[in-house]
Design a protein around this ligand. Structure first.
Ligand code: PMV
Length: 326
């Protein structure tokens, strides 16, 4: 009846530090989470009863936004799950967007806001980087200050994130997926414990924040050598925070000699690295030889989108007029 589709993302600079209000830069990728929605006798996802244990993000979105007739959801995705590439953000954006659409309230900004709330409630501490990037597409910078091209401002528990559009850079990036899951909530909690007890951890978070602004300059001037250097440095700072792993470092070792720079992307622990390179095929081969799953990526200009497949069926479900459940 209705398909909501949202892109994956890669964080170029600033993961973890962004949770503490520091800046970050993320780009959306040409891999997507498609969520088909249709009426059903009872709420379900991929043929199973909708449950908090199995479908945390869809269940949270459904509880927050829907009180109409029962809906079924079918997922189809080219984003590996728990890979540091924002699969849960893309799922949250798609679920939220579909439900907002059925309420006559869909927009890019409302999707970004409500999907952030979904992630925040499911994961505990989170920043709006992944959800805003997936909702908007292209590339974004999140920062504590308002700059040019502000899209929206989101805050939680006193932390303010200003989300800005940035022109998607023409970069050749290769993702190397370790096949080891990256569990965002565990890595975020690990960093939080370290942050709370160590001044060195807090300085490291500050250092990541400063590096992101240098990254923005390098990105705007197309300085690949500088970008690569900053990616390597960002990775070293993430190593201090304890979120790399031997699987991630093995793939970095493979891609590093063929790249301008490499780093883990997303929460870490497992998940993926990204490599900035002008030799994508060779980097893919090197990653494959070390047991990783490589794929070359480009930026997606399209954020969350909605496609209506059956207008008649949709008409039976739409809740007329604006008015949020919450
Ligand atoms: O691994 P992912 O795709 O869930 O990205 C997490 C990014 C963090 O900065 C670690 C957390 C956040 O909410 O920003």
């Amino acid at each position: 009846m209705l398909v909501a589709s949202s892109p994956a993302k890669a964080i170029l600079f600033g993961e973890h530090a962004v949770v503490y209000g520091k800046p970050a830069i993320a780009i959306s990728l040409d891999r997507r989470m498609n969520l088909t929605v249709f009426p059903a006798a009872e709420p379900e996802v991929d043929g199973g009863k909708l449950s908090m244990r199995k479908h945390r993000y869809v269940k949270q979105a459904y509880g927050d936004l829907w009180n109409g007739l029962s809906l079924a959801f079918r997922t189809s995705s080219t984003i590996p799950s728990a890979s540091g590439l924002g699969s849960s953000a893309a799922l949250s954006c798609s679920a939220v967007a579909a439900l907002l659409f059925l309420r006559g309230m869909f927009s890019e900004e409302s999707t970004a806001r409500r999907a952030f709330e979904v992630e925040y409630n499911v994961q505990g501490r989170a920043s709006p980087t992944d959800t805003s990037c997936s909702a908007h597409g292209s590339a974004i910078m999140v920062s504590p200050r308002e700059e040019e091209d502000l899209l929206w401002t989101i805050s939680a528990l006193g932390t303010v994130w200003n989300v800005h559009h940035i022109e998607p850079p023409e970069l050749k990036l290769v993702v190397g997926y370790t096949k080891k899951p990256s569990i965002t909530s565990i890595q975020v909690e690990k960093v939080r414990n370290y942050y709370n007890r160590s001044g060195f951890a807090r300085e490291t978070i500050d250092d990541i924040g400063s590096l992101v602004m240098d990254g923005l300059k390098a990105l705007r001037s197309g300085d690949l050598v500088k970008l690569g250097e900053l990616m390597d440095r960002n990775h070293s700072l993430l190593t201090i925070l304890g979120v790399t792993s031997k699987e991630l470092d093995k793939l970095r070792d493979a891609a590093g000699p063929l790249s301008f720079g490499t780093k883990l992307t997303g929460a870490g622990g497992g998940g993926s690295i990204i490599a900035l390179t002008d030799r994508p095929e060779q980097v893919c081969d090197a990653i494959r030889k070390r047991g990783g799953v490589p794929f070359a990526v480009t930026t997606s200009r399209t954020g969350t989108s909605i496609e209506v497949r059956d207008q008649d069926m949709l008409d039976t479900l739409i809740i007329p007029g604006p008015g949020e459940k919450n």
